[in-house]
Design a protein around this ligand. Structure first.
Ligand SMILES: [Zn+2]
Length: 144
């Protein structure tokens, strides 16, 4: 799941679990760039696959530089049969819910959604008829 639709998607602000208190925090990328980025350090060395940014938590006040672990730190994630379905924020999770709930009408929804490129790449395991109800219940719990 991670590799399938992360590119150009991991752009701040994203909802993550606060590294200090475990509550809902917001992660921002530098210069609003999508992660991962390639960074040239002051000494000239090149770092690829850089996932640094800033985290801010209103629950505990934690505010610091942070290296993102994705989707491990995603606030909006549901597990189904060992796979993780994730979203970067509430809007995306809501749209994934709408897509999964649509059943046979999914393609029509996908094409009208700003998230359609990602919706259409959601792995089949999350889209089966059998998976629908348990996954929708888990998503609803997370969105509550
Ligand atoms: Zn916190």
């Amino acid at each position: 799941m991670t590799e399938i639709y992360d590119h150009a998607l991991l752009r701040g602000p994203m909802d993550i679990a606060c590294p200090r208190c475990g509550g809902r925090a917001v992660f921002s990328t530098r210069h609003d760039k999508a992660l991962p980025v390639t960074v040239r350090r002051a000494d000239g060395t090149i770092l690829t696959d850089n996932r640094d940014g800033q985290v801010g938590c209103t629950a505990c006040g934690h505010a610091a530089s942070h290296t993102l672990d994705w989707p491990g730190q995603a606030w909006f994630q549901v597990e189904y049969r060992g796979q993780v379905l994730w979203a970067k924020d509430r809007a995306m999770m809501t749209e994934i819910r709408r897509f999964i709930a649509a059943g046979a009408d999914r393609n029509a929804i996908g094409k009208t959604s700003e998230w359609w490129r990602y919706l259409l790449r959601i792995p089949a395991i999350f889209l089966s008829a059998r998976a629908r109800d348990p996954i929708l219940r888990k998503i609803d719990k997370r969105l509550a």
